[in-house]
Design a protein around this ligand. Structure first.
Ligand code: ZN
Ligand code: FE
Length: 261
């Protein structure tokens, strides 16, 4: 596989949000995914000496967009294209490019695929960039978790998660929050007989105690351990007493248990 001089930088923002900078060190171009707040992103762009060309907004929640005006205002670049979902255009900041499921966009010269991953909100998008094996999922698929269903239905979120699950195993999952402490405790509480989960729980315990971000993760480990991707797996259905049930119903039950956890 051809080596690209592209690195994704994880930028902690606010209390527990993540923004991401996709940076090409050869061209100096950078794109940002989500803008919880401007300052840490501006600092990282300056450190990289990067020129911001694009911002992708995954969904309309304030903790993913509120830093945008300051970022655009303070950025040293004068041509920054803001990209977001057509379906959300009425409640996102002004967009230069509105996109929908199946659209291809060029992100600092790389092909990016837009996926509608509604559930947390309706109109939530994910960005998949095959050339760097990366998917930016924000509050849809999260590290050992998934977003709460504020707008969509369980059936809708389950469909979104299945599409993300179908991406190549080696895909790196860049999600929007550091929620691992709660997500790991919840996953453990379900009592699934799953050696991969035991292994990952030990690993994230170390990460959490050392203050190391648990984002990004790989799709491979999410498939093996994320309860919300396992609604159609026998050992998970067994653990929650729903053997043979419709996976969408199993997903709904797991999501409801998490809401009350
Ligand atoms: Zn959100
Ligand atoms: Fe969020």
């Amino acid at each position: 596989m051809q080596h690209l001089p592209v690195t994704v930088h994880t930028v902690p923002c606010l209390q527990d949000n993540y923004a991401f900078i996709i940076h090409n060190s050869q061209t100096g171009q950078a794109a940002v995914v989500d803008v919880p707040e401007a300052a840490p992103i501006l600092a990282k762009l300056a450190e990289l000496n990067a020129s911001l060309t694009q911002v992708v907004l995954t969904h309309h929640h304030w903790d993913h967009v509120d830093g945008l005006p300051e970022l655009l205002d303070q950025s040293t670049s004068n041509q920054v294209a803001v990209i977001g979902a057509t379906a959300d255009a009425h409640r996102l900041p002004p967009l230069d490019l509105s996109v929908e499921d199946g659209d291809q966009v060029q992100i600092i010269g790389l092909d990016g695929d837009i996926m509608d991953v509604s559930g947390h909100t309706v109109g939530h998008i994910a960005l998949h960039i095959p050339a760097i094996s990366a998917v930016f999922t924000a509050d849809s698929l999260m590290a050992m978790g998934c977003g709460r269903l504020f707008e969509g239905t369980p059936t809708q979120m389950w469909a979104s998660l299945q599409r993300l699950r179908d991406l190549p195993d080696a895909t790196t999952v860049y999600s929007g929050h550091e929620y691992m402490a709660g997500n790991a405790a919840f996953a453990q509480s379900l009592g699934e007989d799953n050696p991969a989960l035991t292994t990952r729980l030990a690993q994230v315990k170390t990460q959490i105690s050392q203050g190391i971000p648990t984002v990004p993760s790989t799709l491979n480990e999410e498939k093996a351990t994320n309860p919300f991707l396992r609604a159609d797996v026998g050992s998970m259905q067994m653990a929650i007493g729903m053997v043979g049930a419709d996976p969408a119903d199993v997903f709904a039950e797991i999501r409801q248990r998490k809401d009350n956890f």
